[in-house]
Design a protein around this ligand. Structure first.
Ligand SMILES: Cc1cc2nc3c(=O)[nH]c(=O)nc-3n(C[C@H](O)[C@H](O)[C@H](O)COP(=O)(O)OP(=O)(O)OC[C@H]3O[C@@H](n4cnc5c(N)ncnc54)[C@H](O)[C@@H]3O)c2cc1C
Length: 407
C-alpha cells in the first residue's frame, strides 16, 4: 500500500462510520456549513443499519418497565426522546426531499395473559404521564383492528405513530444529501489508528483506496455502532458498549394483511408487513458470534444463525397471528448491534476526551435520526440548554476512565 499526501483541506469534524447515525450527523453538520469527512471501512450501511428490522417502536419496552421500580426517571427520559423521534420521522422525507418508504400507521403491543395485561396498563399510565399517546384495547377492540389476531390475545396497547421504514435507503439518502451540501464521504476507508495530540486534538490514520493518510482534527465523532467501544479503546478509554448478535426472518408475500407494527409485551416479537407483502419477523432473537483465532469476537464477520432462534421467532409470530403458518420463510439473516451497560443510548462527548463524541447503544434505527441531529448541535456547540440527549451523556460512565492517562 502506498502512502499518500495529506488531504488539501483538514475537516472540522471526522466521522468514523457510515451507518445511519454517521450519515445523518454528516448531513446535519454539512447543512450548517461544517467541513465534514466521513470514513466508512466498508460500504455505506454495511453494519447494523443495513441489517436492521427497520421498526419504529415508540412504546416503552418491557425491560424498562421491569426496572422502573428504582425511580431513576429512565422511563421519562426515554419517552421524551421517543416523542422527539416521532416528530423527526414525520418530517424526514421533507428534510431529505426523498421517498423513504416510511409507514407510521401505528403499532400494537400485545398481551396474552393477566401479568402482561397488568404490565400494559402500567406502561400506558407511565406513557400518558410522560405525554406519549397510547390507547389500551380490550381483546375485542384489538381484534376489530386486526382480525387476524389469535384468540389467545387478551388485549393490546396501540400507539398511533409506530411503524417502519426502509433501512436499505435511509443511510444513503442522508449521505447523498450530505455530499450535496459539501461533505466528503469515503467508503472502503478504515480508521486504523487513533491518538490524542499534546494540543488535545485527534490524530487519525485512515487506510483506503487512496492509500494511508494521517490527519489531525479538532473533533471526531465515532459513529461506529458495535465497533465504537474498540475504537475509543485505542485511546485507552473505556465505554460500556457491548456487541449483541441478532437475527431476522422474512417470509414470502401474501396474507393476512397487516397494516400495523406488532410487538408483544411479554415475548420477543416484532412483526410487520412490507409494502410488497412480505412479513418481517424479529424482536431480539440471538445469533452466534464468529470468533477470531485468538478467541476474540469477530465483528467483521456476520454472526451464525441459530436454528432455535429462527424457529422460536417464527412460532412467536404464528402464536399471535395463526394465518402466518401458511407463509414460507424466504430468508433469515444476522447482524450485530450493541447495548450499553444501563441499556440506554450513550450519546455525547467523552469527558476524558474533549472533542470526541459517540452515539451508540439501544434502538438506533428508531432514535438515530433525532440523536444524530441533536449530537450535531452538540458538536457545533449549539445544543439547547435543555438538551434532550443530555441525560444520555457518556459522562454517566466517567468513573470508568478515572485512571486514563491522556496528553
Ligand atoms: C438484526 C437487527 C435488527 C434490529 N432491529 C431494529 C429495529 O427494528 N429498530 C431499531 O430502532 N433498531 C434496530 N436495530 C438496531 C439498529 O439497527 C442499530 O442500533 C443502528 O442501525 C446503529 O446504527 P449506527 O449507524 O450507529 O451503526 P452501524 O449501522 O453498525 O454503522 C457502523 C459503521 O461503522 C463502520 N466502521 C466500523 N469500524 C470502522 C473503522 N475502524 N473505520 C471506519 N468505519 C468503521 C462499520 O463498517 C459500519 O458501517 C437492529 C439491529 C440488528 C442487528
Amino acid at each position: 500500500m502506498r502512502s499518500s499526501a495529506p488531504p488539501s483541506r483538514v475537516p472540522d469534524v471526522l466521522i468514523v462510520g457510515g451507518g445511519l447515525v454517521g450519515c445523518a450527523c454528516a448531513f446535519h453538520l454539512a447543512r450548517a456549513g461544517v467541513q465534514v469527512l466521513l470514513a466508512e471501512a466498508s460500504s455505506l450501511n454495511a453494519g447494523a443499519s443495513g441489517q436492521t428490522a427497520g421498526s419504529l417502536h415508540f412504546q416503552i419496552e418491557r425491560r424498562f418497565l421491569e426496572d422502573d421500580g428504582n425511580g431513576s426517571g429512565e422511563i421519562d427520559r426515554i419517552v421524551s426522546l421517543n416523542r422527539l423521534a416521532i416528530e423527526e420521522w414525520a418530517g424526514l422525507e421533507n428534510a431529505l426531499s426523498r421517498d423513504l418508504d416510511i409507514t407510521m400507521d401505528g403499532g400494537l403491543m400485545l398481551a396474552e395473559n393477566e401479568a402482561d395485561l397488568a404490565l400494559l396498563q402500567q406502561k400506558s399510565a407511565r406513557e400518558a404521564a410522560a405525554g406519549l399517546a397510547t390507547r389500551l384495547l380490550d381483546a375485542g377492540e384489538a381484534r376489530a383492528m386486526l382480525p387476524g389476531l389469535s384468540p389467545t390475545v387478551r388485549g393490546a396497547a396501540f400507539q398511533p405513530h409506530e411503524g417502519h421504514a426502509n433501512p436499505r435507503i435511509l443511510a444513503d439518502a442522508y449521505a447523498d444529501a450530505a455530499r450535496q451540501l459539501g461533505a466528503t464521504i469515503r467508503t472502503g476507508t478504515r480508521l486504523d489508528a487513533l491518538s490524542m495530540t499534546e494540543a488535545r486534538q485527534y490524530r487519525a490514520t485512515l487506510v483506503g483506496p487512496a492509500g494511508v493518510e494521517t490527519l489531525v482534527v479538532p473533533q471526531i465523532f465515532v459513529a461506529a455502532g458495535a465497533w465504537t467501544a474498540s475504537i475509543v479503546g485505542r485511546l485507552g478509554l473505556q465505554l460500556p458498549l457491548f456487541p449483541v448478535p441478532l437475527s431476522l426472518n422474512v417470509t414470502d408475500k401474501g396474507g393476512p394483511e397487516l397494516p400495523y407494527l406488532v410487538q408483544h409485551v411479554g415475548k420477543r416479537l416484532s412483526l410487520k408487513q412490507s409494502e410488497a407483502g412480505n412479513f418481517l419477523i424479529g424482536g431480539g432473537w440471538a445469533s452466534r458470534f464468529a470468533f477470531r483465532a485468538d478467541g476474540s469476537i469477530d465483528l467483521d464477520t456476520p454472526p451464525l444463525p441459530v436454528a432455535e432462534s429462527v424457529s422460536g421467532n417464527l412460532q412467536a409470530a404464528i402464536d399471535v397471528m395463526p394465518a402466518l403458518r401458511h407463509r414460507s420463510l424466504v430468508r433469515s439473516w444476522t447482524g450485530i448491534t450493541c447495548i450499553s451497560a444501563d441499556q440506554l443510548p450513550i450519546a455525547g462527548m467523552l469527558p476524558a476526551a474533549p472533542g470526541l463524541f459517540v452515539a451508540a447503544g439501544g434502538s438506533m434505527f428508531t432514535m438515530g435520526p433525532v440523536i444524530a441531529r441533536l449530537l450535531a448541535a452538540q458538536i457545533m456547540g449549539r445544543a439547547e440548554e435543555a438538551d434532550p440527549i443530555a441525560p444520555f451523556t457518556p459522562a454517566r460512565f466517567a468513573h470508568l476512565n478515572a485512571f486514563a492517562v491522556l496528553p
